[in-house]
Ligand binder design. Structure first.
Ligand code: SF4
Length: 282
């Protein structure tokens, strides 16, 4: 497959995923897109960012994929919902990009994280990239909503050292409310599978006043997380408005336009709920 790089296209590296990126893969023919999804020979990426300290242990190189099946009301990066908003990158190019930083990542006790969007929308690309990065002896992590966890085999899951699961909700109705109508049966099933395989997990929970700050819901997520026996830590992420301009520029209906960030006390309360379930939360 030949991928032509348009001269006007931005660099694969970005200062942060909050950079707005659209239409960058639209000139890839449909047949090549289908082939890429089937084989993983090519992926679509918003960007690579370096030096992240918040996407897994240590300092991370992060590749941000495009495409997501959820429509979370609070999503910070709705430009990553669409596959062809991303830059087409061959698997070899992506591997080379990680190779550049491999020594440093190992030396600093960091690693490589695949995030999104939802990385498992491009499961073949993700699986093959993780396989290659693991061969470099670099720590690997995925940030996922878990909905397509069944797209990875058990062996493929073993090439991922850490699964950072973005838990939207525990009850089906709340999950549908937050994500724009998608259920979470497959997410919970994926978590149970990771537990059976004894794969290390972190849980993330975005605290959005008026949407996700429901004590009973957080208790249910916390108790479920504890029951898995593999959750090493929980991160409560306070909602913020940094992604707002993307919703406006994409002309999307931003339901949390007037929502403000939770207070310190509200964050502390959420953390306490997860801690009282026996989890290491912060
Ligand atoms: S799962 Fe993540 S990328 Fe997808 S809509 Fe939700 S917050 Fe956005």
């Amino acid at each position: 497959m030949i991928v032509e790089t348009h001269p006007a296209k931005p660099s694969l590296e970005a200062s942060s995923p909050f950079e707005m990126r659209v239409h960058l893969g639209e000139d890839v023919p449909d047949t090549d897109v289908r082939s890429a999804l089937k084989t993983g020979d090519m992926g679509f990426l918003h960007s690579f960012t370096t030096g992240s300290a918040v996407d897994g242990p240590g300092i991370r190189l992060v590749a941000w994929t495009t495409a997501c099946m959820f429509r979370c009301q609070y999503c910070h990066n709705p430009d990553t919902w669409t596959l062809t908003n991303g830059i087409p990158v061959t698997l070899e190019q992506a591997i080379e990009e990680v190779q550049i930083y491999a020594n440093g990542l190992r030396a600093m006790g960091g690693g490589f994280t695949l995030s999104g969007g939802e990385p498992l929308m491009q499961a073949r690309f993700a699986a093959r990239l993780f396989h290659a990065v693991k061969a470099m002896r670099v720590h690997t992590a995925i940030e996922t909503n878990g909905y397509y966890g069944d797209r990875l085999t058990d062996d493929e899951l073993r090439t991922i050292d850490l699964v950072i699961l973005d838990m939207k909700a525990f009850t089906r109705s709340q999950h549908e409310r937050v994500t724009g109508g998608l259920h979470n049966e497959d997410v919970l099933e994926f978590c149970n599978r990771l537990s059976q395989l004894k794969r290390p997990m972190w849980l993330r929970y975005v605290l959005v006043p008026g949407l996700t700050d429901i004590p009973e819901e957080m208790e249910a997520v916390a108790n479920f997380g504890y029951s898995l026996g593999v959750v090493e830590r929980v991160e409560i992420l306070p909602f913020h408005q940094m992604g707002r301009y993307k919703w406006e520029r994409l002309n999307l209906d931003y339901k949390v336009e007037r929502t403000i960030s939770p207070t310190r006390e509200e964050v502390a309360k959420a953390i306490a709920i997860f801690r009282s379930a026996g989890l290491d939360a912060s």
